[in-house]
Design a protein around this ligand. Structure first.
Ligand code: NAD
Ligand code: DAU
Length: 367
């Protein structure tokens, strides 16, 4: 049973990337289910959307600061003015395909931005009085992609799996993880790291597999499956992830890493078929079944074959397990996209359409 009543639970949490997909789920939970004040720091790139905060957006315990983590003086001001007890760092460039098209932004935000945040946090933390220094936490949110990929029968990633990132995105996240550990070893900054698998759920920007497939299917557009569709991902519901992050912040040991997964490995083709089956039921196509829209297209360069998470540490040490099954979580996600057409229409801006042209325009169709 997860409880968030620990005496060490922070009053003031600075969340970076809190207008993104996972960050907004975390902020919604922190506002609805804890008494903490949230200082939400987000540059509002194409992926950030304050509307994803729903009721939390205008809550008196929610403070929004539109700032870029690449801007060090801005970060110093935030620490000075808001005096957080903890940082939860989610701001990042997060899409693998975009990192292949343009890696620079990934290095700037994910590596340099993280270094800025670490330095601003360190200076602030070192000046705190002893009890506050003891309580302070810097929680870095990372990905299972830093471990590279697995063959079909390889054991799942543990926290000891050596780093072997494949894409510019995962290399930049690996770089940020190393920096966070170095700030712990060198300066003693009380850090926590989490590495999780593929998140899904409401408010996900439709460049990622699940929302892209739902929205394309609704429009009767092709469903572009890379390669053979046999790459495997582990799917974690975003609300489960947010619960896990809270649990790690509350009870994780400084300097320690925790892997977080959904216990739901699926091939991409299985996921797309499942989405099609839900849509056949919820929104039948007069012209036939949705799976007829599946199109196998040129593969992602360097495409990781399989990710899988061994969650023994977080489950045994912190008593956390995912609560949502992939079947019901996916169903609820499909329903959410059907019901939230205004949110969907607003994110499908001109910039989004340009991205579809950049990423899919040049992909050949496999027979
Ligand atoms: P997202 O792309 O939906 O959101 C990222 C947020 O960060 C956006 O609100 C954006 O405006 C903000 N941001 C980007 N650059 C910034 C900058 N320079 N300064 C300030 N804010 C900036 O990402 P997400 O899917 O919510 O992922 C959140 C974190 O979790 C990332 O660190 C990502 O690497 C990690 N992660 C994501 C997944 C997943 O499946 N989505 C899985 C594992 C780990
Ligand atoms: O594993 C965690 C990672 O999961 C996070 O660190 C990343 O931020 C997040 O974007 C996600 O990375 P993936 O590359 O796994 O997610 P994506 O949704 O882009 O793709 C999932 C799988 O689906 C992957 O094997 C590629 C495939 N795919 C994706 C798209 C967008 C397709 O076949 N067709 C597509 O159009």
């Amino acid at each position: 049973m997860v409880s968030f009543t620990s005496i060490n639970w922070p009053n003031r949490i600075l969340v970076t990337g809190g207008a993104g997909f996972i960050g907004s789920a975390l902020v919604r939970q922190l506002i609805a289910e804890t008494d903490s004040t949230v200082i939400n720091v987000d540059a509002l790139t194409y992926a950030g959307n304050p509307e994803s905060l729903a009721e939390a957006r205008h809550h008196p315990r929610h403070v929004f600061e539109q700032e870029d983590i690449r801007n060090r003086p801005a970060l110093d001001r935030l620490f000075r003015e808001h005096r957080p007890d903890a940082v939860m760092h989610l701001a990042a460039e997060s899409h693998v395909d975009r990192s292949i098209e343009g890696p620079a932004a990934f290095i700037e935000t994910n590596v340099t931005g993280t270094q800025n945040l670490l330095e601003a946090a360190r200076e602030y933390w070192q000046a705190l009085e002893p009890a506050a220094r003891e309580r302070f936490r810097f929680h870095h949110i990372s990905t299972d992609e830093v471990y590279g990929d697995l063959g079909p029968n390889d054991p799942a990633f543990t926290e000891e799996t050596p780093y072997a990132p494949s894409s510019p995105y995962s290399a930049s996240k690996a770089g940020s993880d190393h920096l966070v550990r170095a700030w712990h070893h060198t300066y003693g900054l009380p850090v926590l790291l989490t590495n999780c698998s593929n998140n899904y759920g409401p408010y996900q920007f439709p460049e990622k597999l699940i929302p892209l497939m739902i929205l394309n299917a609704l429009e009767g557009k092709p469903l572009p499956v890379y390669g053979q569709g046999d790459n495997v991902r582990d799917w974690l519901h975003v609300e489960d992830h947010a619960q896990a992050l809270r649990r790690v912040l509350e009870a994780g040991r400084p300097g320690r890493t925790y892997n977080i997964g959904g216990r739901a490995e699926r091939t991409n083709l299985e996921v797309v078929h499942a989405i099609c089956a839900h849509l056949d039921e919820l929104r039948p196509r007069p012209s036939g079944r949705h799976e007829a829209l599946i199109q196998f297209v040129t593969d992602r360069p360097g495409h990781d074959r399989r990710y899988a998470i061994d969650d023994s540490r977080i489950s045994q040490e912190l008593d956390w397990q995912p609560q949502e099954s992939f079947e019901s979580g996916l169903r609820r996600t499909v329903e959410w996209y059907l019901e939230n057409t205004e949110w969907v229409q607003r994110v499908q801006s001109g910039a989004y359409r340009e991205w579809l042209e950049t990423n899919y325009g040049h992909r050949g169709v496999a027979e």
